[in-house]
Every structure is written in structure tokens, then in C-alpha cells.
Ligand binder design. Structure first.
Ligand SMILES: Nc1ncnc2c1ncn2[C@@H]1O[C@H](COP(=O)(O)O)[C@@H](OP(=O)(O)O)[C@H]1O
Ligand SMILES: [Mg+2]
Length: 283
């Protein structure tokens, strides 16, 4: 879909953004490889100096590249909805997604940068410094996985027939829920993979996983960048209650509804989805 007055990073700007996010990732990696302090935020979630180093690096990058576009970051403090409501487009950042995984040192954390246009994540970069991989995608253009300087196009995969191959379902490593368990219990034959951060959505985008049911809380900055990648790769991220695509900045709260990410839809998937959702009250 082509929106009016749409800002599209051109090829050169995409490369500058990717380079800048990877440079911020190197600063995060420096901290990851040594001892660091862990604070607890007001919402009881952890914060490290890497979250803040990444936040400052990403904000500096975006302010230089697109000084006219406002920025909302997990670490930027509250911006009232009255202000945000007036934003036609803005950058949405999670400087360190998967802070718990960063602290556990299992490498499953990412830097997330999304461009939101009229509530829709239209461009996103997800960078995993320990893996040395970035995924990025842009509405109407495509999605790529970048490793060792090589960019390969990615696409979601068609859902396999579960009689021939188990569906691959990804779930959070640190934030499971009874709803997620109940949903999975109603699915056809599948195997589960636990993973931290936006990497779950990236696995769906590159066709390495079929479903990511997130029936537990997340915030918009946790998902927007990878949602842009999933959608640019041909997949969907939709509200588990209304089945509408997930949108950002629609209300005061920045919490997402429960959602499901999937690759290509199929009649078998629609049937399994409604069956599984019927068994699970979602919010
Ligand atoms: N109760 C809660 N409310 C809001 N967000 C939550 C939450 N519990 C976990 N999250 C979000 O889930 C993210 C981690 O996702 P996952 O479990 O898939 O790795 C966290 O990102 P951060 O690490 O950026 O804080 C956090 O934002
Ligand atoms: Mg996060």
C-alpha cells in the first residue's frame, strides 16, 4: 500500500541506518563482554548501561539522518499521547530488546529500530550483535538477512502439512504464559523453540519458524521493527482478539494486545487458529 507523503529511506539511507545500528551493536557488545551493573526500573524490568549506550547511539544516528522525524525510545521517558497523536511518522526504538537474555549472556538480544507511518511499522531493522546478523525490511520493497556483509532476501514459508512436518512454534525464553501453553495445546503437531527478544519474529520472517503466538504482555517498541520485517517478508502480525494487524500509537498505553505472528496463511491454519483461540481467552 502506498501512503501519501510517505518517507522512504532510499538505498543510501538504508545502508547508513544499517551501518549505524551495527555500530551501536558494537558498543553493546563491548559492555556485554565485560562486567556491568544491572539496575531495576520502576516497572521492575532490568536496565544495564548497554541499554543506555545503545539508546544514545541510536538517537544520535537518527537525529543526524532525519532531524525532522520524532523519536520514541523505550529509554526516552514518557511522551504524552497528546503529543504522539500529532505524529504522522516517528522512529520507535528498543535499544536493547531481551535485556534479561543480555544479562544471562545467552546472546539472544537485539537492537530494534522501526519507522512507524500512520500507526503502521513500514520499515524496520533488527540487529543481533552476538550473532552478527541483521534483519531488515521495508513495506513494498522486501526483507533481507545480512550476515558477514552479505544481504540475502528472505521470505516467510508456507505452513507445512502437520502430518508431514511439525509446525515450528517460537515462544519467549523468559516470559511464558498459561495462555501460550493453552493455545499450543490445541495446535496440530508442532515443535516448540524458545528464544529471547525480536529474534522470534525474525525466525518467522526468514521462514525458519511458522508461528509466534505472544499471549503475554509486550510493548510496541518490542515488536514494531521485527513486525515490519515479517510483513515485508510476506507474513502477518495480528491482534489475537480482533485478528486485525497490530498497529502502533493508537492509544495512551504503549502495551501491545496479545498477538500472533505467522507466515503465509492457509485454510488449515485458519481452522487451527480459530480452534486454538476458542480454547484461550485472550486480552
Ligand atoms: N509484564 C510485561 N509488561 C510489558 N512488557 C513486558 C512484560 N514482560 C515482558 N515484557 C517485554 O518482553 C520483552 C522481552 O521479550 P521476550 O520475553 O520475548 O524476550 C521485554 O523487552 P526488553 O528486554 O526490551 O525490556 C519487555 O519489554
Ligand atoms: Mg524489548
Amino acid at each position: 500500500m502506498q501512503r501519501s507523503d510517505f518517507y522512504r529511506p532510499d538505498h543510501e539511507q538504508c545502508q547508513a541506518l544499517l551501518n549505524g545500528v551495527e555500530a551501536a551493536g558494537r558498543r553493546v557488545l563491548d559492555i556485554y563482554q565485560r562486567d556491568f551493573e544491572v539496575e531495576t526500573k520502576a516497572d521492575q524490568s532490568p536496565l544495564t548501561e548497554a541499554d543506555m549506550a545503545s539508546h544514545h547511539a541510536l538517537v544520535a544516528l537518527l537525529e543526524e539522518l532525519t532531524p525532522q522525524i520524532p523519536i520514541l525510545s523505550e529509554e526516552s521517558g514518557e511522551i504524552p499521547f497528546e503529543t504522539r497523536q500529532g505524529w504522522k511518522r516517528y522512529w520507535l526504538l528498543d535499544p536493547l530488546d531481551g535485556t534479561k537474555e543480555f544479562i544471562k549472556k545467552n546472546g539472544e538480544f537485539t537492537l530494534n529500530v522501526a519507522l512507524i507511518e500512520e500507526g503502521v511499522p513500514v520499515f524496520g531493522i533488527v540487529h543481533a550483535p552476538v550473532l552478527g546478523i541483521s534483519w531488515w525490511g521495508q513495506e513494498g520493497v522486501g526483507a533481507w538477512k545480512v550476515q558477514d556483509g552479505q544481504a540475502a532476501p528472505i521470505n516467510v514459508r508456507g505452513l507445512p502439512n502437520p502430518e508431514q512436518a511439525a509446525w515450528k512454534v517460537v515462544g519467549s525464553r523468559s516470559h511464558g504464559s498459561a495462555e501460550f501453553e493453552a493455545f499450543c495445546a490445541q495446535l496440530p503437531r508442532h515443535e516448540r523453540v524458545s528464544m529471547g527478544s525480536s529474534l522470534k519474529l525474525c525466525l518467522v520472517a526468514e521462514g525458519a519458524a511458522d508461528l509466534y503466538p505472544r499471549l503475554a504482555p509486550t510493548s510496541e517498541w518490542d515488536t514494531a521493527a521485527a513486525q515490519a520485517v515479517v510483513m515485508a517478508a510476506g507474513g502477518e502480525v495480528f491482534n489475537a482478539h480482533t485478528l486485525e494487524p497490530l498497529r502502533c500509537n493508537q492509544q495512551d498505553s504503549l502495551l501491545n494486545p496479545f498477538f500472533i505472528a505467522c507466515g503465509q496463511r492457509s485454510p488449515q491454519w485458519e481452522e487451527a487458529l480459530s480452534y486454538a483461540l476458542n480454547a484461550v481467552p485472550t486480552s
